[in-house]
Ligand binder design. Sequence first.
Ligand SMILES: Cc1cc2nc3c(=O)[nH]c(=O)nc-3n(C[C@H](O)[C@H](O)[C@H](O)COP(=O)(O)O)c2cc1C
Length: 324
Amino acid sequence: MDLRTRYLGLDLSSPIVAAASPLTGEVDNIRRLEDMGAGAVVLPSLFEEEIEQNEQTIERLSTAGIESYAEALTYFPAAASCRTGCERYQELVGRARSAVDMPIFGSLNAKSERGWVDYARAIEAAGAQAIELNLHFIPMDPSLSGREVEERYRGIVKAVKNAVTIPVAAKLGPYFSAMGHMAGELFAAGADGLVLFNRFYEPDIDLAELSLSPHLDLSTASEIRLPLLWIGILAGRGAGSLAASSGVESADEVVKYLLAGADVVMTASALIRHGVGHMRALVDGLRTWLAARNLDALDAIRGSLCQREAADPTAFERANYVKI
Ligand SMILES: Cc1cc2nc3c(=O)[nH]c(=O)nc-3n(C[C@H](O)[C@H](O)[C@H](O)COP(=O)(O)O)c2cc1C
C-alpha cells in the first residue's frame, strides 16, 4: 500500500506526523516513531523566552563572585552546562537527523523579529529539513486591531522566508475573523504550508486554592471539527500544503482529515496518552481502512470530500445549520 505523501515540497513515507510536544524532544522516541511508521517529526518549539532566561542565568553565574576570583573558579558552572538554549536545540536537531531517515522539522516561537530570523537561521544551520513557525501570540493590548495582528503574522512569515532556504510552515490558532483570507495572505507572504490548528493553554481557576491554575488538557476526537472545516474549505485551491492538527485519537480522525484534503495529519495528545507505539495503530488503521475499500494509494481519497469536490458543498456552510 502506497502511503507516500508530499508535504512542504518534501517526500514523506506516510501522511502521519508526530506534532511538536515534549515526546518529540527525545531522540529515542523519534527513532521509535519512525519504526512505527511516522512520516516525519516536528521537534518541540524553541522558545525565545527560554533562551533569554538561560542567557541571563549564564550571565549571572559568570559574573557572580568575580571579585573573589580564586573562589569563583570552584563554583563557576562547567562549560557543558553553559550551552545556550539555542545550542542545545541545534544539538537536538543534529542528533535527530542522524538517528532517522524521515524528515525532521524544527519549530520556533520567538518574540522579536530578530529572534524569529536569527533562530530560524540557527535551526536551518543545524540541519532541520523544514521549520514550523509556532505563531502563538495573544493580543492582550485592546488598542491592537485585527489588521495589525494579521500584519504581524504576515511580517514574521516574510522575514523568516527571506532568511532561510528550507520550507516554512505557519502553525496557527483558529482565532481570525476571516480564516480563509488570512490563509491566503500567509501563502502570499511565502508560507509553504499551514498547520491548522494549534491548541493553546487557557488558564482555569482552582476554586480550592482561589488561584489561576496552569493546566493543559490533552485533546479529544471531537476537537477535529474546526480544523476539519477549514482544511475542507482551503483544500484543492493550490496555494500550498495543509497539515491537520488537533483531536487525532484513532485512524478514523486521520482518514477524515485526509478526505477533507489534508496533506499530512499530525498527532500529539494521543501519543502522550497512549505512548509512542500508538503511531503504529494509526498507520495500521489507515492501511486497514484503505484495504477494506480496495484502495492502494492515498490519492484515491485525499480531498475527495473537500468543499470544492464534495457532492454537497453547502454542507460546509452555516445554511446547513437550518436543516440540522
Ligand atoms: C504537552 C504539549 C506540548 C506541546 N508543545 C508544543 C510546542 O512546543 N510547539 C507547538 O507548536 N505545539 C505544541 N503543542 C501542540 C501540539 O503540537 C498540537 O498542535 C496540539 O496539541 C493539537 O494536536 P493534538 O490534538 O494531537 O494534541 C503541544 C501540545 C501538548 C499537548
